[in-house]
Design a protein around this ligand. Structure first.
Ligand SMILES: [Zn+2]
Ligand SMILES: [Zn+2]
Length: 311
């Protein structure tokens, strides 16, 4: 018996839904939780990036306000499988105690939190556990918070594949943030999609190697021009800039790496504007480029989609 027109339409609908689910399952979703730097400004919180791939939710760096931004995205701390630090500069980790302790207390986390970072990470975590010893004890005895939920399992890593689960692979690679050593960038691979996060670095050939032809390259940037509008004296500004990548240098890195899309993800100083950055990058790079902002979402599936937050 031939199917009726309704049966055929129903079958097409099921196929469309199934196809969409498959595409969605092969998408990496990146949310810039914070795109700022040490100076406290209201529109750029501290550096932090959320990556969602398959059933994995991973956070890279936890600068000021990471938990607040995560909450704005309606992602619960207990849904996060792991936190990866690029390096231990305070602006990249200062949001971690809030993320860890309040995420546990309010977010009702019941399982240990996994943390990866450069040498010194385990020591920092063990010192944080000591610093918050009083609170941890009282929250367990008085608030009945789950003892397992406050446990951190921290690992000091070297350049290598550091995480592999359910098709999501995270590779740490060294970048050049001298004298902060080691400092890492991360490459994330999932379902044939790939992206690289630079962490903090001046131009790094190792980054170019790992970022070759990736879908997305998230890179830090420093604007010596924007520093002139800050109270920082010229000598100090020059020294800060020497730890980072200028717009002209970023353009060269993007031209060599050839990502589908380059995104400026850590803006130093955080008051640098599009006008400070884009024209100079354009001297050395003509490909796709976005200036990152907090709560910007980029999805890599069949296509690369960029969604900016509604203001
Ligand atoms: Zn740094
Ligand atoms: Zn930084």
């Amino acid at each position: 018996m031939n199917p009726t027109i309704f049966e055929r339409l129903f079958l097409i609908l099921v196929c469309v839904i199934f196809f969409n689910l498959v595409i969605e399952a092969q998408t990496i979703k990146v949310t810039l939780l914070g795109t700022g730097a040490p100076a406290p400004v209201m529109d750029r919180f501290g550096p932090s990036i959320l990556i969602e791939a398959g059933d994995q939710k991973l956070v890279f760096d936890a600068g000021r306000g990471a938990l607040q931004r995560l909450t704005q995205m309606k992602v619960k701390q207990k849904e996060i499988q792991g936190v990866f630090f690029t390096h231990l500069h305070s602006d990249h980790v200062v949001g971690f105690p809030d993320f860890w302790l309040i995420g546990w207390l309010i977010g009702l986390r019941e399982t240990p939190l996994l943390v990866w970072g450069p040498e010194g990470t385990r020591k920092m975590i063990s010192n944080l556990e000591k610093a918050f010893e009083f609170d941890i004890k009282i929250r367990i005895s008085d608030d009945k918070a789950a003892p397992n939920g406050v446990v951190i399992k921290a690992v000091d890593i070297k350049e290598s594949v550091v995480y592999e689960k359910n098709g999501v692979k995270v590779t740490a690679f060294e970048v050049d943030h001298e004298p902060v050593k080691p400092a890492f960038g991360y490459r994330i691979d999932y379902a044939g999609r790939s992206l690289v996060l630079s962490g903090d670095t001046r131009p790094s050939e190792n980054l170019v190697k790992y970022a070759q032809g990736v879908d997305l390259l998230f890179h830090e940037i420093v604007s010596p021009e924007a520093f002139k509008r800050t109270p920082l004296d010229a000598e100090r500004a020059k020294s800060v800039a020497a730890h980072h990548t200028t717009p002209e240098q970023a353009g060269e890195i993007f031209s060599k790496s050839k990502p589908k899309l380059a995104v400026l993800s850590h803006i130093v100083p955080p008051t640098a504007t599009e006008a400070d950055l884009r024209p100079l990058i354009r001297k050395t790079y003509s490909g796709a480029l976005e200036l990152g902002e907090d709560l910007m979402v980029i999805e890599v599936g069949e296509k690369v989609l960029v969604r900016r937050p509604i203001k």
